[in-house]
Ligand binder design. Sequence first.
Ligand SMILES: [Zn+2]
Length: 274
Amino acid sequence: MPESPEVQALVEFLDGRVHDRVIAELDIAEFRIVKTRDRPPASLVGARIIGMSRFGKHVGFETSAGWLMIGFGRNGWIRWQAAGEPSSDEPVPEVARIVFDDGAVMRVVDTGDFLAVTASVADAPTDVAGIAALGPDPLSPDFSREDLERALGARRKQIKALLQEQASLAGIGNAYSDEILHAAKLSPTVHAAVLGGGDRERLYRAIVDIMGDAVADRRGLPPDRLKQAKVAAMAVHGRGGEPCPVCATPIVDRMFGGASAQFCPHCQPEHAGT
Ligand SMILES: [Zn+2]
């Protein structure tokens, strides 16, 4: 699942290529992705791209005719074909494609078993369901300890699930929540309510450092290398059975409420409250 560091790198990659370009063609191969039936994406044909922005895990194309917002869900991404580059013969599960006036092609793909990519056209990003409700973004320079405090409150919710709740904090998913909790030395199952001042401070630092380092590391990579770079950078996520990079204890892989978590039982003990 793309999370905010990869989406941020994608937005910067696209911004350098589509800024001031005109949308020459916009074809939807899978109409279920379109969430604004009154404003079909095809209404943007002929519009000029003013700029690119990220909203949590969503990408926003600001155009002269409104915003095109794309959500990637679990398995969505884009394939970029530069102007003049031959198209690949590799079959891809394409759900939409945009052809720009210089001949570059952006394909939106969804490799999941069920479709989760979304596309919406709106006057403002906040008109799109889910965008207005996004919580504070840890990649924003304004993200503060108070923002985290408001997200945590005294909630009796497991911290791993809370970190992934987009209305609490924007942009964190399954992988980075594992990495953040490992860096913060917190068990994925601890409830926000029982975290002490020291826990909260470590959690804040871990969120800012893990997300900030990830975006610095991914920046400049082409879209087709971002997923691989993310997987390679993980300390505990997806590494069940491998040694913890801090203490060499085998990393545990466990299911909690239908979602998996990987953590170090030594670095991340069940008990909290410091
Ligand atoms: Zn460890």
